[in-house]
Design a protein around this ligand. Structure first.
Ligand code: HEC
Length: 115
């Protein structure tokens, strides 16, 4: 029992399971997700009218291990995906919306903040 408590405490101290450190501006990202109309295809908590079902839900994306089922999820891979999904998975149906690197960084920051 004590061991379990100590293990849990050291995990928490190491940041495991906690929110990841934020790069980018998640609040700006939240408005960009609405502006680019990502919600036409995705469910995104906290983003107005984001209730689309053509794509998978982006709820709790911070906890997601993979993008598109098999690409390991990191901050960098997620930003790349948002900028140019076909560069990550050539035959993905997600469209290239011409997102700038800065906008992709901020949208990824919002999705990775755990909404
Ligand atoms: C026309 C519909 C459409 C739009 C608009 C769209 N997406 Fe997608 N998105 C998809 C589809 C379909 C997938 C699943 C792709 C796959 O598995 O290959 C996807 C997958 C994703 C994933 C990975 C989800 C997962 O569970 O693996 C993320 C993250 C994502 N989209 C973010 C965005 C963002 C951010 C925008 C706005 C800039 C956006 N999408 C706009 C259709 C869309």
């Amino acid at each position: 029992m004590l061991v379990a408590v100590l293990v849990a405490a050291s995990w928490a101290a190491a940041g495991c399971g906690a929110r990841r450190a934020t790069v980018g501006d998640p609040e700006r990202g939240r408005s960009l997700l609405a502006q680019y109309q990502c919600g036409g295809c995705h469910r995104i908590p906290g983003v107005a009218a984001a209730r689309g079902t053509a794509g998978p839900t982006l709820e709790r994306f911070a906890d997601r291990q993979y993008i598109a089922g098999h690409v390991p999820h990191t901050r960098v891979s997620l930003e790349r995906w948002i900028r140019d999904p076909q560069a990550v998975v050539a035959d993905t149906p997600m469209p290239d919306l011409g997102v700038s690197p800065r906008d992709a960084r901020d949208m990824a920051a919002y999705l990775r903040s755990g909404p």
